[in-house]
Design a protein. Structure first.
Length: 351
């Protein structure tokens, strides 16, 4: 009981410190944001003064052409009048986010297309650990449940990122073939590669359109096209797009008919997708069998516990010398995991 009281007092003290920092502190980057807003306002006023009366302003041109700033640019500039929740997350994350870890978290958030900063995500993960921990310690008055809930709360945001990332990669891969056809047709019509990419960015649905717009924006800001394409390849982590990027970079060095090359790459990717579909169909039974074999011991254990609890609990209460019954449970779980990994490795065929 004393340990629970000490933990609750420590967590409450830390939350009080965060509340004081929230009231008297400012969100990170506020000074830079104000200077950037003043600079942008002065630049817009100067552009209006020097522009002829009959010539549209840069803002009107952007609105007419549909070339507005992407969400990632707005995120980098910051939004004026941030809400209380975002200010809370920003201040909490600033305190507990290591600088080296922030870059890696930001990359993962960009890959999952989650509109959060690194310190905001760390703050969410921290709160998802603290509140379940307090619930287990104060409400349930159990250190075991408190730690268990805290561990689950720690991994829930990470699982969320992994799911969002996998969905985004799947959606991106599903749009690659249409993108290659549009790029090839545009170049056959006389467009350059960048012009064809701009056309695809306007016509294609997200996430392809957003990623290509980001490549064009980075290139217009002075970054080499090769570096922009490599950065795109790192964000999407797609084997098919990696092939496209490699071909484009080689063609820019040695030359050749890029439209014809893109047509051939599209045919290659189409054949790979067909083979992958056949493999998934033929290995589906083995995957389901491995999943059932892995879940079966847990199902049988639950059924025996419902029918005869004393019989199954002997696995955890049995003692003889230095041997304990739960050794068997740990040994069985270890080999369950090994068996699942082996089955998944067997059915995971690379194309």
């Amino acid at each position: 009981m004393q340990i629970i009281l000490v933990l609750v007092v420590g967590v409450a003290t830390f939350l009080l410190f965060l509340l004081i920092f929230l009231i008297f502190g400012r969100p990170p980057g506020e000074d830079v944001r104000k200077r950037m807003e003043a600079y942008l306002a002065e630049s817009q006023m100067a552009a209006k003064d020097y522009a002829p009366e009959d010539e549209p302003t840069p803002e009107e041109k952007a609105i007419d052409s549909g070339d507005t700033e992407g969400d990632w640019v707005k995120e980098m500039r910051g939004e004026k009048g941030a809400s209380f929740g975002k200010k809370l997350l920003a201040n909490v994350g600033t305190i507990i986010t290591p600088k080296g870890l922030a870059t890696r978290i930001a990359k993962n958030l960009a890959k999952a297309d989650i509109p959060l900063k690194a310190n905001e995500f760390v703050a969410i993960q921290f709160l998802s650990v603290v509140f379940p921990l307090i619930f287990g310690l104060v409400i349930l008055q159990s250190i075991v449940f408190g730690v268990l809930f805290a561990v689950i709360g720690y991994f829930i945001p990470l699982i969320w990122i992994a799911i969002k990332k996998s969905k985004r990669v799947a959606a991106f891969n599903g749009q690659i073939l249409d993108t290659l056809i549009m790029l090839a047709n545009g170049m056959k019509a006389g467009y350059s590669f960048l012009q064809a990419m701009e056309m695809v960015a306007r016509e294609a649905p997200p996430p392809m359109s957003s990623e290509l717009k980001r490549v064009l924006k980075e290139n217009s800001l002075g970054l080499n096209l090769e570096d922009c394409l490599n950065a795109l390849n790192e964000r999407v982590e797609s084997e098919d797009w990696d092939l496209v990027t490699t071909v484009v970079l080689i063609q820019r060095q040695v030359g050749g008919n890029l439209a014809e090359i893109l047509d051939k790459i599209g045919f290659t990717i189409r054949q790979r997708m067909k083979i992958k579909g056949d493999i998934q169909t033929k290995t589906a039974q083995a995957k389901v069998s491995g999943l059932l074999v892995g879940v079966l011991p847990f199902g049988i254990g639950i059924m025996i516990y419902l029918l005869n609890p004393e019989f199954i609990m002997s696995l955890f209460t049995f003692k003889r010398g230095g041997f304990r019954g739960w050794f068997v449970v740990v040994f069985g779980l270890f080999w369950e995991v090994i068996g699942m990994i082996v089955i998944m490795k067997i059915v995971d065929i690379e194309v």
